[in-house]
Design a protein around this ligand. Sequence first.
Ligand SMILES: [Zn+2]
Length: 378
Amino acid sequence: MSLTLADARLVTPAGVHEGWLTIEDGRITHVGHGSAPGPGLSLGGRHVVPGFVDIHNHGGAGGSFPTGDLGKARDAVELHRRHGTTTMVASLVTDSIDGLRSAASSLAELCEEGLLAGIHFEGPYIAKARCGAHDPTLLREPTPGELAELLEAGRGHVRMVTIAAELPGALDTIRAAVAEGVIAAIGHSDADYDQTIAGIEAGASVATHLYNAMPPLGHRAPGPIAALLDDERVTIELINDGVHVHPAMLRLAYEVTGPGRTALITDAMSATGLGDGDYVLGPMRVRVEGGVARLVEGGSIAGSTLTMDVAFRRSVREVGMSLADAVQVASLTPARVLGLADRIGSIAAGKAADLVVLSDSLEVDGVMKGGDWITEPR
Ligand SMILES: [Zn+2]
């Protein structure tokens, strides 16, 4: 069975062109310019972009990955898929080691089903002074042995672990993670510039939501932000919701790293897709007001209610990225971080047919995953 999508504006890494594509067995087989050679589904000149890839996401639609409740986790995946995210990693906030092991072991099932592309431990190896919405009483010093236990619970599906580079044992644990093929990310950290460099030298290659939960840039104390921005080996995560990071600071980071080292993330929590009200993030109580999630105790920002389509749209509208660059930061760069760029992340022959159809105002009109419509364009 082959399907042709015609009369489309295709956004590829090379730019935007009018054209068509064919899909067979879940993959893109041809990408062409101009009119399609045969009959096809006309998209009426709408944009088609690759499905979004979210490497940091805690849930949505009332479901929270940290609970390990698979029914709810499925609801969260479904919500984000309808917003164009065709590949996502489930992030776990700090919990007891037993709690993390049990959440990872149940989420591994969703990885095996292909609903999730992996699991991310955002805690417990983070700094008390920068713990944000993580429970400070459950934070721990990292050790390679304990990390190995967590990885084992995830049955090979743990893709990322966030570590504060200044903690005792951090560098050895970063090395151990990388040796196991797990991405080490620096974040929720009170590290100074030199400690951050040491973390990168040990193998850390991602900045967990740059700016948030780390010391600010200072001209004599450049801190982790300057170290992470400055190093070509590091990809920075940015939460582009207009709340977590001021657009001017987001632009500043992006001008340094460019689309090849910038990954948009949602950091979405369970309230995403629902209204204001009371929710939980792991063991912490969260209140959402005006779409902004904060801890009931202390008021720290506690994840977001962002979806990738909104982050993508804001990148074009508020940050001023070209469509091709916005596609790169929402799809190809995070796909590369996960080691999946040969299979997903752009519109090219041979890649999975993970596609988003966008209206003129860049709203999601249709989503396809592996050649099947999640929502069919009207
Ligand atoms: Zn998070």
